[in-house]
Design a protein around this ligand. Structure first.
Ligand code: MSP
Length: 517
């Protein structure tokens, strides 16, 4: 019998020079939502995140903190791990590049590249940005306000001259272009794909892949004066976690090539150009997709430590609730575009979509069932056209949602669910079950049953984004724990007349607007 289909999804591994902020939480959240969706849809999912602990940037931060690099990494990496349960992230593994399994994988990939003739020793003299951990050509630099040279990201650069191994990136140009041509969805959104194509078409220079002026990294095999360039080291984490260099092991065979690497737009080039080039040169398949999302600003301003406007996800959760934060981040901004975080937009979105739309629908119908149907799921009569229409609208969502989630347009998937939430509210208001109570109690039962069944479907589909709130709602609907995946959406999973229901409780309280507070 064929096994379940597999799905391997990764976040970037985060530099341990920083405390986790909303930007990091955002990427991992999007991956969590996609991973949960696939699990509910029957996939065997591997969802990986972790920390990027080598390189000059981390070494410098450790020195500034008066700690050894590893002491510093242990401490900061822990902050990232602490965030996982607090955000309800469902990752299957957490990788640290300082682990020995990763050391082995890095050295192996180096050997493969060398054996294939893609590495040569030379010297690097040029610009380097420690903040970006990236080499820049003279032609890429821009002038800062004081005439200083800056990376295109506005990060400071320094002049570096040292012996270095190089990777023959220039030899991979045609192969990369053929790959993008063959797999038009390998880089999404499309605007990002175009950016990558024009970068590659403009010609690729060989890439420096070792450093000698510091030693916080994985030593180059057979020449430990050099450590591996932190990006070659870091990218390899995606292989390490599934058992590389053992390419015959179960997990590697199951999960490679990765289905998707989700990254911020800032690190697209590393993932969509260097990474597939390394892999193809080493005789491995490139990932099926790299999706680059946009950046969040805070009330219109770039988020940065120096501006002191970092948004702490834990603070947000404390003020607004976890699922509210998860929903807002996934719904407010089209996934792939830049977005601005504002308290006003937050309160508006949560009160509109959650408190008014979904929350109200559930609260009103479940309270009526509790009061008028002996706190058990009512027995419906014959369905009218209106009943059938709303049941079918709910039943049709999954197919559309799959399409959106397969292209990572998560916001559009949610918009689709919420159109039916609103239709269900309109149905409920139009049917006036409260008025039917006296005139036609059987019809009231039918309307309440249909509404409960529609809510069941909506909530099952919303679980990837708001797992805790959906669990509470499904408990209130009397849905068994084994009947909450997408396979249960159909007729067989329908809410069962006669099921005793617990006392309903509100799940999405209204948030107070700041000016009213
Ligand atoms: N260590 C590298 C990645 C190596 S992956 C093999 C790195 N780390 S990072 O800590 O700087 O994290 C970068 C990622 O954090 C970005 O790509 C993005 O996913 C996320 N974000 C950081 N700030 C962000 C915003 N302000 N907005 C949205 N996401 C941002 O780069």
């Amino acid at each position: 019998m064929a096994g379940r289909p597999t799905f391997y999804i990764t976040t970037p591994i985060y530099y341990v020079n920083d405390v986790p902020h909303i930007g990091h939480a955002y990427t991992t959240l999007a991956c969590d939502v996609l991973a949960r969706f696939k699990r509910l849809d029957g996939y065997d999912v591997m969802f990986l995140t972790g920390t990027d602990e080598h390189g000059q940037k981390v070494a410098k931060s450790a020195a500034t903190a008066g700690k050894t690099p590893i002491e510093f990494c242990d401490m900061v990496s822990q902050n990232f791990r602490d965030l996982l349960p607090k955000m309800n992230f469902s990752n299957n593994d957490f990788i640290r590049t300082t682990e020995s399994r990763h050391h082995t994988a890095c050295q192996d990939i180096w050997n493969k590249l060398e054996e294939a003739g893609f590495i040569y020793l030379d010297g690097y003299s040029g610009w380097y940005s420690v903040r970006d951990e990236a080499f820049y050509g003279e032609d890429e630099l821009i002038d800062g306000e004081e005439g200083e040279r800056l990376a295109p990201t506005r990060a400071p650069v320094e002049w570096v001259e040292e012996p270095s191994y190089f990777f023959r990136l220039s030899a991979m140009e045609d192969k990369l272009l053929a790959h993008y041509e063959k797999y038009p969805d390998a880089i999404l959104p499309e605007s990002r794909r175009n950016e990558v194509l024009s970068f590659v078409r403009s010609g690729l220079r060989d890439l420096s892949i070792s450093r000698t002026s510091f030693d916080w990294g994985v030593p180059v095999p057979r020449n430990s004066d050099h450590i591996m360039y932190v990006w070659l080291d870091a990218l390899t984490n995606y292989l390490t976690a599934i058992g590389y260099p053992d390419t015959e092991c179960d997990s590697f065979r199951k999960y490679w090539p990765a289905d998707i690497h989700v990254v911020g737009k800032d690190i697209l080039r590393f993932h969509a150009v260097y990474w597939p080039a390394f892999l193809m040169a080493a005789g491995l398949e490139p990932p099926k997709r790299v999706f680059a999302h946009g950046w969040w600003t805070n009330e219109g301003e770039k988020i940065s430590k120096s501006l002191g406007n970092i948004i702490d996800p834990l603070e947000l959760i404390k003020s607004y609730g976890l699922d509210q934060v998860r929903y807002f981040l996934m719904r407010e901004v089209p996934f792939g575009r830049d977005g601005d975080f504002s308290r006003q937009a937050f309160v508006h979105r949560i009160n509109g979509d959650l408190a008014n739309d979904l929350g109200n629908l559930a609260q009103r119908s479940l309270s009526m069932i509790a009061k008028n149907c002996g706190a058990t799921m009512p027995q419906p009569g014959i369905f009218t056209d209106d009943d059938i229409r709303i049941l079918e609208a709910a039943g049709d969502i999954l197919e559309t949602l799959r399409g959106h989630f397969d292209r990572q347009t998560i916001h559009r998937g949610l918009a689709k669910i919420w159109r039916v939430v609103r239709d269900a509210n309109a149905y409920f208001a139009f049917q006036e079950p409260w008025a039917l109570k006296k005139t036609d109690p059987d019809r009231m039962n039918t309307v309440l049953y249909v509404t409960a069944e529609v809510i069941r479907q909506l909530v099952i589909l919303t679980q990837p984004v708001m797992p805790d709130s959906c669990t509470i709602l499904l408990n209130q609907l009397g849905v068994g724990a084994d009947a909450r995946d997408f396979a249960s959406l159909g007729q067989n999973g329908r809410v069962l007349p006669g099921t005793p229901l617990p006392k309903p409780q509100g799940v999405f309280p209204r948030l107070v607007e700041e000016e009213d507070a």
